[in-house]
Ligand binder design. Structure first.
Ligand code: SF4
Ligand code: F3S
Ligand code: FES
Length: 245
């Protein structure tokens, strides 16, 4: 923002609610904040907490789009507060917690609990072949292109934006979502994971897995890491169809 430009007053409307307080109810609260150069929603929320209401709850760890904890609905669209510049927005901004996840309070939600349940359900770890492991044994060499492809999918920060942006999960709560399918695509690509196609089929070969996805593509639209979710879901569907037929 140049000095010549007038400083804007931002109107920040926040959905407030403490589900643990029996006297509380969901309501909107508006705060007025003077915009500053390079301001992100993360900075806005800290200003509110420091100068207006120290009871406001929201999550953050890294402030750099890495930890995934500051995800929320920003003007109705899932996104990361720490990566959203106010200069790119209208002065009237509405913030709400991501839907579908357990609400802790205000903008703070329990994505970690949901993601942990998903990881346990999909067994998102390398399944090696049963063998006596020789500690001096070198790991099999992986082609750099394949390592890059796996790394690309490993960039998921478990923010939950794709879950909140998916209409299928609204109708089918056990659907694993794009985040779950991305994880399975990642392990299926990994040559160190020795699970058979049939074992993968048991995990995602039904309507709560890859056949539940209705290709709504909201997941790819809102993923802050720009993961190639659409192509990986298509790849998994082809793979699972081969097992089914
Ligand atoms: Fe977030 Fe994208 Fe991972 Fe979904 S796939 S949890 S939107 S980083
Ligand atoms: Fe949902 Fe993405 Fe499929 S939005 S329906 S997981 S393409
Ligand atoms: Fe870590 Fe925003 S605070 S992603």
């Amino acid at each position: 923002m140049s000095e010549a430009e007038a400083v804007r007053t931002l109107k920040i409307n926040i959905l407030r609610f403490d589900p643990n307080d029996p006297d509380d109810f969901p309501h909107m609260q508006t705060f007025e904040i003077q915009e500053s150069a390079g301001m992100t929603l993360y900075i806005v929320l800290n200003e509110i907490r420091e100068h207006h209401d120290n009871a406001l709850m929201f999550d953050f760890v890294c402030r750099a789009g890495i930890c995934g904890s500051c995800s929320m609905l920003i003007n109705g669209r899932p996104g990361l507060a720490c990566r959203t510049l106010t200069s790119k927005m209208d002065a009237n901004i509405t913030l709400a917690p991501l839907p579908l996840f357990e609400l802790i309070k205000d903008l703070s939600i329990h994505t970690g609990k949901w993601m942990r349940g998903l990881s346990e359900r999909l067994e998102t770890w390398i399944h090696e072949q049963e063998q006596t492991r020789d500690i001096d044994m070198l790991e099999e060499r992986m082609e750099p292109a394949l390592a890059d492809e796996i790394y690309e999918l490993d960039r998921c920060i478990e923010c939950g934006c794709c879950v909140a942006g998916c209409g299928t999960i609204q109708m089918r709560p056990d659907f694993v979502g794009a985040v779950g399918l991305n994880k399975i695509a990642r392990y299926h690509l990994d040559p160190r994971d020795k699970r058979s196609e049939e074992e993968y089929y048991k995990l995602i070969g039904d309507e709560n897995g890859v056949f539940g996805c209705m290709t709504l593509l909201g997941c790819e639209d809102v993923c802050p890491k720009d993961l190639p979710l659409r192509s990986k879901i298509a790849y998994l569907r082809r793979m699972m169809l081969k097992v089914a037929l």
